[in-house]
Design a protein around this ligand. Structure first.
Ligand SMILES: NC(=O)C1=CN([C@@H]2O[C@H](COP(=O)(O)OP(=O)(O)OC[C@H]3O[C@@H](n4cnc5c(N)ncnc54)[C@H](OP(=O)(O)O)[C@@H]3O)[C@@H](O)[C@H]2O)C=CC1
Ligand SMILES: O=C(CO)COP(=O)(O)O
Length: 333
């Protein structure tokens, strides 16, 4: 599989009928693969199959007419040579439990969600290894808005697996002329980068929503990145990974764009608007567990902590800003 992903390599199953699952399924067709999309929602399945759209999650985007969706997970997995898991991070354990006994031993599983499990503090790959011990596990992450990817705009991401050869084989398999997958063996780094950038995108959004100015927003992202690197290092992530697509790259994308659901969630938070019924913002689920991991590991993560406390309603924006600005002066490192 060292051909830039241009050859068909069998069927790919994409599990999750939201924005990202749908965009990845279309991308797999572009890469020359047969692909089946599993969605639990019958209306989504019908819309993809009959009108070639996903109006709930990708409104206004016409999908490849060859894309076949099913609500039967067994049918999606039938004959699959590779499985992409694309449900929200907090739903990943449930999906992986469903896969146990269904996924063929040895079939690679690529985790495409960005988050840390609340309650256990586990990375999604740790859950997968626990539940599917005979399944090779990888992760795909990086700066990639589903709408851009579904439209076929050029995008670069990272595919990670502990086994370097597996990572580069999967990167070749999943790449297409508009979807460029780099590879790395730093699975932990890729997962931590993708999970924490969502929390920091909420911080950046809250700064914008509260009208604190572009300078404050730049400071928030930069100092947030220091926290991301600190927490990443404690997990064993390599610094170069966090400087790459699934760390810095995704921060650049999501910390300044209202296209990001996490950033928009932060804007609403900063404006004091209701947070009920908003689109998925993974950072809201990850903030608490990231803050408690940082505390347990004795790491300074005041921005992640501030997001957690804001979301819990323990502080106002003004109090959070005063606390951040009032910390003892220190070396930039
Ligand atoms: N959107 C994007 O631009 C990108 C998203 N990601 C990541 O991908 C992951 C998924 O995000 P995205 O697709 O955008 O989210 P969406 O909110 O667009 O869609 C979520 C999908 O997951 C389904 N789902 C939710 N809970 C379950 C469950 N328990 N079992 C089965 N299916 C479930 C939903 O089904 P239903 O409709 O029935 O509720 C829906 O189809 C997130 O971790 C996100 O961070 C990564 C890169 C880009
Ligand atoms: O992860 C993403 C882009 O890389 C999508 O970001 P949001 O979930 O904030 O929309």
């Amino acid at each position: 599989m060292t051909n830039g992903g241009m050859n068909a390599e069998g069927r790919i199953a994409v599990l999750g009928g939201g924005a990202w699952g749908t965009a990845l399924a279309v991308t797999m067709l572009r890469a020359g693969h047969d692909c089946r999309l599993w969605a639990r929602d019958a209306d989504t399945v019908a819309a993809v199959n009959e009108t070639h759209e996903n109006p709930r999650y990708l409104p206004g985007i016409g999908l490849d007419k060859r894309l076949a969706a099913t609500a039967d997970i067994g049918m999606a997995l039938d004959g699959a040579h590779c499985v992409l898991a694309v449900v929200p991070a907090q739903a990943m354990r449930g999906l992986l439990e469903d896969l146990a006994g269904r996924i063929r031993a040895g079939t690679p599983l690529v985790l495409c969600a960005k988050g840390i499990e609340r309650g256990t503090g586990k990375l999604l790959s740790e859950i997968a290894v626990e539940l599917l011990p005979h399944t090779p596990v990888a992760a795909l992450s990086g700066p990639s808005f589903a709408t851009d990817v579904a439209r076929g705009l050029p995008t670069a991401v990272t595919v990670a697996a502990h086994d370097e050869v597996r990572a580069s084989d999967l990167a070749a398999l999943l790449s297409s002329p508009t979807f460029r997958c780099y590879s790395t063996s730093d699975l932990i780094g890729v997962e931590v980068g993708g999970a924490l950038k969502n929390v920091l995108a909420i911080a950046a959004g809250a700064t914008a929503g509260a009208g604190l100015g572009a300078s404050a927003q730049a400071a928030m992202v930069t100092r947030g990145f220091v926290e991301l690197r600190r927490v990443g290092a404690a997990f064993g992530a390599e610094p170069e990974t966090l400087m790459g697509l699934s760390g810095l790259g995704d921060l650049i994308l999501t910390c300044g764009s209202s296209q990001s659901r996490n950033f928009s969630y932060g804007v609403a938070l900063g404006r004091g608007e209701s947070l009920e019924g908003r689109p998925l913002a993974e950072g809201a689920s990850t903030a608490g567990i990231a803050a408690s991991i940082a505390r347990e590991k004795g790491l300074q993560a005041p921005i992640i902590e501030a997001v957690d406390r804001l979301l819990r309603g323990e502080v106002t924006i003004a109090q959070a800003v005063a606390a951040l600005m009032g910390r003892p002066l220190k070396s930039e490192r």
